[in-house]
Design a binder for this molecule. Structure first.
Ligand SMILES: [Zn+2]
Length: 260
């Protein structure tokens, strides 16, 4: 939401969204120091929940140094050192979006550092997978890194940005799979519904790309319309867009939805 205007909060509230979960991500520029991340973590744990609350929306967040900036291992080490001071904040769900961008050695090292931190503090994980040519390889490397840490429970990890060629491997490994909706490229609404029809609704959820590029904050309600158009029942739609994310996120005791 740091890349979005306040009208987006109004539109999401009007469309029936119950809560927003904002992952720590790229700020539109590479930050030059850990202090830049400190201020960003303050923004998404203090200011954004207040901005969302004006529209009756609950706002939660995930913390990390995102894959796009984690090529610098020294900087990542400094950022990881400041994360614990934010973990007790009431809206912090866990670590995310951690993961790989170009599948480089340094990114993998930083991913493993995040996984260690999550295991140490028993945190939920949201993992990004590469949008570039090597999504399948990056997804497998991410699964392996998570499986290599005995402190990680796969039921408490969501591996995000799955597409048709990676959703099966994520579900088979026991993780949750996230389909990130974009207006034209990557996973569109109709492709997400295809995957629901192929794989069922267990451990599968959808989220909207909401960033500096072409992205649609209302992608989830629009995909609910697409499900309705294709004959899915109200209960099936509710499972995908409300119950599944609620079940996963409720594994963090701090996740509470406002009473409807
Ligand atoms: Zn991502």
């Amino acid at each position: 939401m740091v890349s979005r205007i306040t009208d987006d909060y109004r539109d999401m509230a009007a469309a029936g969204c119950a809560a927003i979960c904002e992952p720590a991500f790229w700020a539109g520029f590479d930050r030059s120091s850990a202090q830049g991340f400190h201020d960003y973590f303050a923004q998404i744990t203090e200011y954004e929940p207040r901005r969302a609350a004006k529209f009756g929306l609950a706002h939660f967040c995930w913390l990390c140094i995102n894959p796009k900036e984690s090529e610098n291992v020294e900087l990542a080490r400094d950022v990881l050192a400041i994360i614990p001071q934010f973990l007790d904040r009431p809206t912090v769900l866990g670590l995310g979006e951690i993961g790989l961008n170009k599948n480089s050695r340094n990114e993998l090292k930083v991913l493993e550092m995040h996984i260690d931190l999550a295991a140490k503090h028993n945190l939920l994980i949201l993992a990004h997978t590469p949008h570039l040519e090597d999504k399948r390889k990056g997804t497998q490397l991410t699964i392996d890194a998570l499986k290599n840490n005995p402190g990680i429970n796969s039921a408490r990890v969501i591996i995000d940005h799955v597409e048709e060629h990676t959703v099966g491997m994520v579900l088979d490994a026991g993780f949750w799979a996230g389909m990130t909706l974009y207006p034209g490229t990557k996973c569109t609404s109709s492709r997400a519904v295809d995957m629901i029809e192929m794989y069922g609704s267990e451990r599968l959820w959808m989220n909207s790309a909401c960033d500096w590029g072409d992205s649609v904050p209302l992608a989830i309600p629009y995909t609910a319309l697409e499900m309705r158009k294709r004959g899915h029942s109200a209960a099936q739609i509710d499972r995908m867009i409300y119950q599944n994310p609620k079940d996963f996120l409720s594994q963090c005791p701090k996740f509470r939805l406002p009473q409807p």
